[in-house]
Design a protein around this ligand. Structure first.
Ligand code: F6P
Length: 358
């Protein structure tokens, strides 16, 4: 009988997901296997019958892999262990997922996700005796044990290009232009894009800034150079008193957002220098993938199929020294990857005279 495997994307989308799916479909078909794409992450396995589509080779002719997003759909809400029901209660719905997986007759599943998704998927797979291989993706680049995750390189490119576009208008108007970027609690996007995009100031959650030092630095930049400055700030950077700056949606859920506007107000109020903020938001996720993200995505997809072929499960593929290796999923979940103070890019930024506001 033909081997049948499943693939799903879970958590926030990013560039490169379709390139992973393209790679898995091609590598699996090469082995004579069938690939079923589960729709909308684990949500596609809830309810009476599984929501999926058979992924044929014809469909993956080289067009889909160029596109951002995920053709399978995804969700970053609704933990199946604690699923929010319409009546306001929460239920464990993981047995529905296991039952639907078994209905499909799959031999293994490839889960593409961040650390949260890997944790949830792994626990479901252990509970149901499901064979799983994981592929790391997140623009935040905060998954441990891999040098990069799918989507990160593209997000850095988008943020760098945004700085390229902000610099001329900053210079024209003698302003401070602040770019607020995503990344959740990790400052990787701001750090890398800040250096590549010529920022004068980079604020990341891992380095505590001091408002007086920040203002002194801004005044200094204004006096010494072209009367303008560009600054990049990670969304999870806090107010000087340690307060998180969040937005609350209509359901009461909170998410990061607003530190750029907060800093612009503070700077203008305390320095007479005009400041403007651009919040980059989801354009960091929706762009076509860079060549680096495409290559890594394709190499990850092939390796995941190889792991299934050799019966190696509960493994996540990782990027190490331009090579793909596999590690226990539990190791990846356990090792959160924030910006460390001995990161070569922290040293590089400081040596270039870029300020962290500290
Ligand atoms: O984890 C990826 C990410 O893009 C974060 O950088 C950001 O904080 C969050 O997701 C945004 O989530 P949402 O798509 O729910 O707004």
């Amino acid at each position: 009988m033909t081997k049948k495997i499943g693939i799903l994307t879970s958590g926030g989308d990013c560039a490169g997901l379709n390139a992973v799916i393209h790679s898995v479909v091609h590598a699996a078909h090469h082995k004579g296997w069938e690939v079923l794409g589960i729709l909308d992450g684990t949500a596609g396995l809830l309810g009476e019958s599984p929501q999926y589509k058979t992924l044929s080779l014809d469909e993956f002719d080289g067009n889909i892999m160029r596109r951002g997003g995920t053709i399978l759909g995804t969700t970053n809400k609704g933990d199946p262990f604690h699923y929010p029901m319409a009546d306001g209660t929460h239920q464990d719905r993981t047995e529905e997922i296991i039952a639907n997986y078994n209905k499909l007759g799959l031999e293994a599943i490839i889960g593409i996700g961040g650390d949260g998704s890997h944790d949830i998927l792994r626990r479901i797979c252990q509970q149901g005796g499901i064979n799983m291989v994981g592929i790391p993706k997140t623009i935040d680049n905060d998954i441990g044990e891999t040098e990069a995750s799918v989507g990160y390189d593209t997000a850095v490119m988008v943020a760098t290009e945004a700085l390229d576009r902000l610099q001329p208008t900053a210079a024209s108007h003698d302003r401070i232009m602040i770019l607020e970027v995503m990344g959740r609690d990790a400052g990787h996007i701001a750090l890398s894009a800040g250096i590549a995009g010529g920022a004068d100031i980079i604020l990341i959650p891992e380095i505590q800034y001091d408002m007086d030092k920040l203002l002194a630095r801004i005044n200094d930049i204004e006096k010494r150079t072209q009367n303008s400055a560009i600054m990049i700030v990670s969304e999870a950077v806090k107010a000087p008193d340690g307060q998180k700056i969040m937005v609350t949606d209509s359901t009461g859920a909170q998410r990061y957002g607003g530190i750029g506007t907060y800093l612009a107000e503070q700077i203008t109020a305390r320095s007479n220098i005009e400041a403007r903020t651009t919040v980059l938001g989801h354009v960091q996720r929706g762009s076509p993938p860079t060549y680096r993200d495409r290559l890594m995505a394709m190499a990850f997809g092939v390796k995941a199929v190889d792991l299934i072929a050799t019966g190696q499960f509960d493994r996540m593929v990782t990027w190490k020294n331009r090579n793909v290796v596999d590690i226990p999923i539990s190791d990846a979940i356990a090792a959160y990857h924030a910006v460390s103070m001995d990161d070569i890019m922290v040293h590089t930024a400081r040596s270039l005279g870029i300020s962290f506001g500290d």
